[in-house]
Write a protein that binds this ligand. Structure first.
Ligand SMILES: CC(C)(COP(=O)(O)OP(=O)(O)OC[C@H]1O[C@@H](n2cnc3c(N)ncnc32)[C@H](O)[C@@H]1OP(=O)(O)O)[C@@H](O)C(=O)NCCC(=O)NCCS
Length: 199
């Protein structure tokens, strides 16, 4: 059975993908005990006796750091959710825990790490390599041969030109056009993208 951890709007999108895939959602977990239901699925606190062997989890939380912390502490088996209307190369690799929303394109030899979010209508072109816990927001465009480090957040509608390397935990603002390598831990915005904060 598939469970989700995190009863948010992001979880609603994942639930609908799982429904389209024909994968039954057994329920959701959330640390907020006042949330009891999402889209008619029951929401409970994560049980101490969760049966890890026979169940799979998807961490349905948009924050990359929280997804990382939870994935390490839960030590479970993680599923994936891939929208039937995503256009994914048979030569692409998508690792456990990752979710791919509707309208996404992932082209040949792209590799998507664990617990990533490839959000609605984003595109990840050939030979891109994404680390774990990355979020590519709606309508963002990664051209070919880009490397994206662990925990990077690429904002909605951002464009990254071919061959760029983006360091771990960097943040790219919505609508940015990234033309050069980005060091880890910094935030870049604008066209061409310039640094606004970071280490
Ligand atoms: C880049 C971002 C992370 C910065 O957030 P922040 O650190 O809180 O920065 P602030 O809002 O304090 O803005 C700092 C400055 O950068 C500017 N700025 C912020 N985001 C910008 C963007 N995307 N493009 C251009 N300028 C931007 C602000 O106008 C502000 O400028 P000022 O100092 O001249 O007033 C955020 O604005 C952003 O774009 N996030 C992406 C959100 C997204 O796409 N989410 C998708 C969810 S599915």
């Amino acid at each position: 059975m598939m469970y989700l951890y995190g009863a948010s709007g992001h979880a609603k999108v994942i639930i609908e993908i799982l429904e389209m895939m024909g994968i039954p959602v057994a329920g959701l977990f959330d640390d907020n005990s006042t949330v009891t239901e999402l889209l008619k699925y029951s929401v409970t606190l994560f049980p101490d006796n969760f049966e890890r062997e026979n169940n799979e989890l998807i961490i349905s939380i948009g924050n990359n750091k929280i997804r990382k912390e939870l994935s390490l502490s839960l030590n479970g088996r993680f599923g994936t959710a891939i929208h039937p209307k995503a256009n994914i190369s048979g030569r692409a690799v998508i690792k456990e825990g990752s979710v791919v929303m509707g309208g996404v394109t992932i082209n040949a030899d792209a590799r998507i790490g664990k617990h990533c979010i490839i959000n609605s209508n984003a595109s990840v072109d050939h030979d891109c390599v994404l680390g774990d816990y990355v979020h590519i927001s709606p309508n963002a465009v990664l051209c070919g041969n880009i490397t994206v480090g662990e925990g990077v957040h690429i904002g909605a509608g951002a464009i990254v030109i071919p061959g760029v390397n983006i360091g771990n935990w960097a943040v790219i603002g919505a609508g940015a056009v990234v033309t050069k390598d980005v060091p880890g831990g910094i935030t870049m915005v604008g066209n061409p993208a310039k640094r606004i904060s970071g280490l």
